[in-house]
Design a protein around this ligand. Sequence first.
Ligand code: FES
Length: 543
Amino acid sequence: MGYNTEDFKAKPCIGILNTWSEMNNCHTHFRDRAEEVKRGVWQAGGFPIEIPVMSLSESFMKPTSMYYRNLLALEVEETLRCYPLDGTVLMGGCDKTVPALVMGATSANIPSIFLPSGPMLKGCWKGETLGSGTDMWKYWAERQAGNLCEDGWNELEDSIARSPGHCMTMGTASTMTAVVEALGLCLPGSTSIPAVHSTHARMASACGRRIVDLAWDKVSPRELLTEESFHNAIVTDMALGGSTNAIVHLIAMAGRAGIKLSLDQFDEISQQLGVIANIRPCGEYVMEDFYDAGGILALLSQVKDHLNLDCPTVSGESLGKNIEGAEVFNDDVIRPLSRSLSKAGGTFVLRGNLAPDGCVIKPTAADEKLLHHSGPAAVFSDYGDLKERIHDESLALTADHIIVLQNAGPIGAPGIPEWGMLPIPNYLLKQGIRDMVRISDARMSGTSYGACVLHIAPESAIGGPLALVRDGDQIELNVTERRLHMDVSEEELAKRKAEWKPRPARHQRGYGKLYADEITQAPEGCDFKFLHQGEDSPEPDIF
Ligand code: FES
């Protein structure tokens, strides 16, 4: 490899896990960043080794990047275990790369620091700011309603993502990188820096320098990931108005640290503070504005009374010390709690005879008048059925109907894809309707919006009550009372359950079979059962 013995002798060996790929538009700057990390590692007296790992590209993976989150987590864990490494820099940002890298490093438990890809620049089209995902969904509805032509749509596509970096709305990537910082795994303020800002390159070198110290001091992720730091992560998620996906990922990440988070903890914390990040899809601005307004440290300083400030972080200082002196430079972007965007936090947990194990909704991203709504069910048995029939005018759906999608959960789809913002029929879009109650066992992109009830558990593919809903059943959504109920008698539900049959297994071999055999439901984080933290795996033998 061209190194002298002196280059690596008695130096901590730092593995730089790089999720760069030409298939992942969010990480196209990672080749440069890896070099900048190496510079920092050399400067601090370490020995850097770059190691490519699987890249989970949100835009291009079939059936969904979530299907492969656990595969990347497994690859990371075993990569860190099998090579002679003393520490690692985890390079990620695009949605599922973030929890996957943290899950794997937590299980391997070697000193780790997370290097966030940073958000891309804001989009701009005809003088109007565009937010990735959020404005694509918005204008797609206009296109379907006949208000935007093909050329306009193509122009918009060219204008919405104009630099490397992850989605710059408060989607899953912005949410997850921020909560990983709140957990203590990132350098202070690093998760808000735009991907192409020169500070981002400097931050990468600083990660390289810092991981060498962490390796000498043997500071491992499970020392930092505690019940208190996960509390901080949930507070951050709620104050951000974060992606509903954060719940699934945080439960899975905590599980790797041997900590059990329940859906009720998220709901309890959501009642204690409102959303203060005025970022799309709940708000008005995008992540570049958030950075200029003071970024994550400024936001954390606004909610510091809700945080465990003594939690240690990779900076070597406590979270409280990291946010000392943080200032808000634009209090319309980062609001004080007294002027929050909503009275409560970003995500609520519902239960009822349709979701005995729970489901979630993001009220701040929904039409308020739908948060208490009853209507007849219009049921689609799977995504193919939905695509085929949703725009069929003979179904004669109205704005009062509740659209129900079955078989879109972890096993049913498989992979619990982001199908939960179910399409509104084109003929209703043309009438000006832009939101309806929609329920499913799928997830929804953090950049999406609407009165969408998600992650219904147990899922329909394993015989959960969602599988028993039929066209015309009356369903009630009552967000204030945290209730999702179908008005069908117990006797009738028992009769339907007796008639219900599971679909044949989709995969007989390979990753699909492993996935179906091992995946857990959304309230358990959709991790594989055999990857939950139990006994540590033994060190590999050396021959
Ligand atoms: Fe990568 Fe949105 S496509 S974060």
